[in-house]
Design a protein around this ligand. Structure first.
Ligand code: HEM
Ligand code: HEM
Length: 200
């Protein structure tokens, strides 16, 4: 008998935000790696502009996602031991915290060094903070360290989802996939129920 913990899917908004934010985080991280090695110049400045815009997108969409999650009860949690559920909940909480902390540290770092923050050509927010270079350096270290932590957490999280889907074959990844993407899992068709619970 297949133990299928993925009885219910997350709603389409949650799924859309999950994958958009994941993509923006990977692109922001990727751009930071290129930025790091690139010599000063116009291209580096453009890369930084793209990095900041991607980071602000992560911040905005994560705030929206947290609001949405507070308004819409998530689906019932997958089956599993209470210990494993607690670990999954703690990992998701840590991910949310890192998704907020990394861009916020980036924002504060720029402001504390007197730089304005632009979202492409759309808008610019001048620094509301007094210039403090020592604090700026500290925030830059914190931003970089937190970003590595976020990527590590996200990697472990993705590995766990892939392990569930392809080793345990319990259909967990379908909770974050639209109905049209149906992985072939033994034990019948993918879950179709949309019942929701107040469990969070
Ligand atoms: C999830 C979003 C983000 C990720 C994953 C990320 C990641 C990183 C990483 C890893 C670095 C270090 C690069 C190096 O080795 O020097 C970096 C640098 C930087 N980030 Fe971000 N960042 C994000 C969001 C932001 C935001 C929102 C801003 C500003 C509003 C920002 C501004 C900067 C700046 C200015 C640097 C260069 C720091 C320096 O001068 O040393 N980042 N970012
Ligand atoms: C930067 C990358 C990623 C971030 C920041 C991230 C973040 C999150 C967060 C915070 C949740 C909790 C949703 C909630 O209950 O509120 C979640 C759920 C989920 N994620 Fe990710 N994720 C990322 C990448 C991935 C990848 C690559 C996969 C698949 C390989 C994946 C698969 C899933 C699945 C299946 C769930 C639902 C788990 C459940 O309902 O118990 N995620 N993700």
């Amino acid at each position: 008998m297949i133990n299928r913990p993925a009885d219910f899917r997350h709603d389409a908004v949650t799924q859309g935000l999950h994958w958009l934010v994941a993509l923006a985080i990977l692109l922001a991280y990727g751009s930071s790696l290129i930025m790091d090695d690139w010599p000063r110049g116009a291209f580096k400045a453009q890369l930084l502009g793209g990095h900041v815009a991607l980071g602000l997108t992560v911040l905005g969409l994560t705030a929206l996602r947290i609001l949405w999650r507070a308004l819409m009860a998530p689906p019932a949690p997958p089956d599993g031991s209470p210990g494993l559920r607690r670990i999954a909940r703690a990992a998701h909480l840590a991910l949310y915290l890192a998704m907020l902390a990394v861009p916020l540290l980036g924002l504060l770092m720029m402001w504390s060094t007197g730089r304005e923050v632009s979202f492409l050509w759309l808008f610019t927010i001048p620094s509301p903070l007094p210039v403090d270079r020592a604090l700026g350096r500290l925030l830059a270290e914190g931003h970089e360290l937190a970003a590595h932590g976020l990527i590590l957490l996200a990697g472990l999280h993705a590995a766990a989802a892939i392990f569930h889907q392809f080793a345990l074959k319990d259909g967990l990844m379908q909770r974050m996939m639209p109905r049209i993407i149906a992985f072939k899992a033994p034990g019948g068709p993918p879950p179709t129920t949309t019942q929701r619970s107040d469990f969070s």
